[in-house]
Design a protein around this ligand. Sequence first.
Ligand SMILES: [Zn+2]
Length: 151
Amino acid sequence: MPHKYYLLKKYEVLKSSDVFRLIRRLNANEDPIYFATLEAMYDIIKRAHIATGHGGHNKMVKELTKKYANITHDTISIYKSLCIKCHSYNELEFTASVITDLKLLWPDLVMVHRKPRHPQSQGSVERTNCDIKHMLVAGWVINKPQTGQLD
Ligand SMILES: [Zn+2]
């Protein structure tokens, strides 16, 4: 079978108002599966991400693959990795879970929040991290946790 007949069998063009859209050929009673144009893809993924309440990768895949034929897992991953709101949420959640774990392992731990003195200087940030690491190791040795072990 020549290639163009294969394509004609597989795809069709749907006309709604004055817009033509390429779709995967429908079986009876099926909703059309659209091909997102490159220009529209960002907005489509964004809408799905917001509609799922900043949903995770799987939620977005589920939402998008039932309607679109050409939105890949990679594209969704890239969008997700660039969402500022998801990022700040994940960082807060990550920090909270680290603090919770540390408190479990080390009940006497007191967290002190302090702004970095030189936020621009990578060196001072690294030194601060290093200091904290030494403090944690020292605390670990002196004040061994009673519960559990490190995973
Ligand atoms: Zn998000």
